[in-house]
Design a protein around this ligand. Structure first.
Ligand SMILES: *Cc1c(COP(=O)(O)O)cnc(C)c1O
Length: 232
């Protein structure tokens, strides 16, 4: 099998999983966007995926993302930054990312806003919220108690648009239980910010549980591209 055939088969299988999960939840499969997470894989894979109709890709490391976005600039893709963000890199990330999904603290807002302004763009921002039980080691994300303050601060920035929420299910817990808490947090956010409708949740292992609670975007890497090198 060629790489193109392999990606096509994996992509079709993931799309079928999304459709089945959406239908089971009484949702239209078209409501669930697919962000293919291409981290650790070469720009040639991004190009093949674009040829298969993929429109949105996700990356989690700034240098790799910046280089790939430049190499694939002709493809008209929507680039999502989904990784831990250092404040000294934030302006540069806003220089190519269309969506920054991993905003977890106020300190990122000013440099993101500056980077978006320099590019003459408005960048969509998702606030990443932690679903870890209190007292557990953070996998990352703002604590739920700080969500509304952070969202309000994003809303104030001229070149950022508060688009919604992102979360990762904690390790060692049933993702359905974690995503149920996420759905409650989303309802709280929407009460204050009715335009913040995006819910990015669900990965290769738990997309069904995320679609069941209303995810509008799933972020799928290994189920489409294969397993990543272990050095992460
Ligand atoms: C790597 C990554 C994904 C994709 O994970 P898979 O299990 O490979 O589908 C999704 N979201 C985030 C934040 C990631 O870092």
């Amino acid at each position: 099998m060629s790489r193109a055939e392999e990606l096509a088969a994996n992509l079709a299988a993931v799309q079928a999983r999304i459709a089945t999960a959406a239908t089971a939840a009484g949702r239209d499969p078209a409501e669930v966007g697919l962000v293919v997470v291409t981290k650790y894989f070469p720009a040639s894979d991004v190009r093949l995926l674009a040829g298969l109709g993929v429109a949105e890709v996700g990356e989690n490391r700034h240098q790799e993302a910046e280089a790939k976005a430049a190499e694939c600039a002709d493809l008209g893709l929507r680039w999502h930054f989904i990784g831990g963000l250092q404040s000294n890199k934030a302006a540069a990330v806003a220089g190519y990312a269309d969506v920054v999904e991993s905003v977890d603290r106020p300190k990122l807002i000013a440099p993101l806003d500056r980077g978006a302004a320099a590019r003459g763009a408005v960048v969509d921002v998702l606030v990443q919220v932690s679903l870890d039980p209190p007292g557990r080691d953070q996998r990352s994300g703002v604590e739920p108690a700080g969500l509304l303050d952070l969202a309000a601060a994003v809303e104030e920035a001229d070149h950022l648009r508060l688009a919604g929420l992102m979360a990762v299910a904690p390790l060692g817990e049933d993702p359905a239980a974690a995503f149920a808490r996420l759905a409650d947090l989303r309802a709280e956010l929407l009460a204050d910010h009715p335009g913040a409708t995006t819910l990015s949740a669900g990965m290769s292992g738990d997309l069904e549980q995320a679609v069941a609670v209303g995810a509008t975007h799933v972020r799928i890497g290994s189920a489409i591209l294969g397993s990543r090198p272990r050095v992460q």
